[in-house]
Design a protein around this ligand. Structure first.
Ligand code: ADP
Ligand code: ASP
Ligand code: MG
Length: 452
């Protein structure tokens, strides 16, 4: 079995849903199809939630009407028969009836917010399943809320997901296509919850890992993982092959094409992940597995909204136990540390979740001196094969960055990551100069040397 996930743009227009059916039919394997919400819907639902939370009911209702109009037009083009259109209208009316019922609830809490935002995936999957039914496809809709579970820390409960999914799938061995929602899940209070923005990729990988799929395919609007952020850098190209480790680093350090946690469940079970372009299905995309091509430097990504904390020991030199005490505090507040640099008496760390920053710094001050922390920092992450015998990689990176102030450098923790901390105002410049130096330098040199 394979797991195919289609993102917001890939389901964002009726004709895109038609193309998905063709893609599914062109491939003989049985599939679990994970869908995101139609593009723009999750943002629209969040805006409705904000109005409802502010008890601006008039605004919430008007935003709901606008969104419903969009769906009413969508289904008119999605279905060919009047029976299917009636079924589609029934879906839209029911779900929007539920959305409206949330407005006016007091207090409007995170519970209602999460139920609201889940509607994007519920609508897209119900509408798509009704379309497959219209076309006589052998498919079924499987509600993700029946098997997708997270724990109190928001982490997926792998054993529960696997057990439930395998049991449910045993009832549908005759189905060629099984449709389900990305992103949404239940928490330990049995409430509707989600895997955070972009979480449909993570759903696909959790399912793929749980059922030990032959392959997980993430279908999106670009022909695979590019060597740099195509929204910021002009000349980028798709990378054909990445290892799980390289892809995990790129996703974690900001390559938006994948949710940061996507690779973990796939890697755990060794299930290859292929990134494909719905608009250009013949393009090879990117294969993420154990093997890789031999280019040393693969790609660059940037992680935004980083805070750097600079900690100095107040005790004598060589004080052991200092790092342990520092990290216990980050553990206490469940705040992951991304980058670390140390000197004899100082340690600098970066975090991207600054929710508990005040408490963390207050606790640290009990045994350490803190410099003023820096917000609005950016981690630039260069990923590739940097084994110890590779020469000159750091030189190339630092040469490219010669005009940009660097606050921290991390190199050598793994063989595939070199990270730099800079102020976010230099992000675009850094991505561009690194791109030219690391991927186009030979071209530039060739031009110079062959110039008349
Ligand atoms: P989907 O809605 O299908 O989940 P996303 O918008 O989440 O799609 O992800 C695809 C987008 O990720 C691309 O359109 C591209 O702009 C952006 N992106 C950022 N970094 C990269 C990268 N390194 N390679 C490819 N795409 C990237
Ligand atoms: N619809 C959700 C979002 O926009 C999940 C996803 O698209 O992956 O974040
Ligand atoms: Mg996405």
């Amino acid at each position: 079995m394979q797991v195919w996930k289609f993102g917001g743009t890939s389901v964002g227009k009726p004709e895109r849903m038609h193309s998905i059916r063709e893609l599914l039919n062109n491939d003989p394997s049985r599939k679990i199809v994970v869908l995101s919400a139609l593009s723009g819907s999750t943002n629209a639902l969040i805006a409705i939630g904000e109005a409802a939370k502010a008890y601006d009911d008039a605004k919430a209702i008007s935003l709901i009407e606008d969104l419903k109009t969009h769906y009413n037009l969508f289904i008119k083009e999605l279905y060919a028969t009047s029976e299917s259109l009636a079924a589609g209208q029934e879906i839209v009316d029911t779900e929007f009836g539920f959305i409206k019922s949330l407005v006016g609830i007091k207090p409007f809490t995170i519970k209602q917010e999460k139920e609201l935002v889940a509607e994007g995936e519920i609508l897209s999957t119900k509408m798509f399943q009704a379309y497959l039914e219209e076309k006589g496809e052998n498919s079924v809709l499987l509600p993700a809320l029946d098997f997708m579970r997270i724990d109190a820390d928001g982490e997926p409960e792998l054993a529960t997901i696997e057990e439930r999914l395998v049991t449910i799938l045993n009832q549908y061995t005759d189905k060629q296509t099984i449709v389900t929602q990305g992103f949404i899940c239940r928490n330990p209070r049995e409430e509707v919850d989600n895997l955070k923005r972009g979480g449909s990729d993570y759903t696909a990988s959790l399912i793929g890992g749980a059922i030990r799929a032959d392959e997980i395919q993430i279908w999106t609007d670009i022909d695979g993982m590019h060597n740099n952020d195509p929204r910021i850098v002009k000349r980028t190209f798709p990378i054909r092959e990445l290892t799980f480790e390289e892809a995990a680093e790129l996703a974690y350090f900001g390559a938006k094409i994948l949710h940061p946690s996507t690779i973990t469940p796939a890697k755990l079970r060794g299930v290859p992940v292929r990134l494909k372009n719905t608009m250009q299905p013949e393009a090879p995309g990117t294969l993420i597995a154990n093997q890789t091509s031999d280019r040393d430097i693969k790609a660059i990504a940037a992680k935004d909204n980083i805070t750097a904390i600079y900690i100095h020991s107040t005790r004598m030199l060589n004080a052991y136990g200092f790092l342990r005490r520092v990290f216990e505090i980050f553990e206490k507040y469940k705040t992951p540390v991304d980058m670390i640099t140390t000197s004899e008496v100082s340690v600098s760390v970066t975090i991207d979740n600054s929710e508990h920053l005040d408490k963390i710094t207050a606790d640290l001050r009990e045994f350490a001196d803190l410099e003023e922390h820096d917000r609005d920092q950016n981690i630039i992450c260069i990923v590739g094969n940097f084994s110890a015998d590779k020469e000159g990689i750091a030189l190339k990176v630092l040469d490219a960055m010669k005009n940009i102030p660097i606050r921290m450098i991390s190199y050598g923790a793994s063989e595939h990551n070199l990270s730099l901390l800079i102020h976010s105002k230099y992000k675009a410049e850094a991505l561009n100069v690194l791109n030219e130096r690391l991927f186009y330098y030979e071209d530039a040199m060739k031009d110079i040397f062959t110039a008349p």
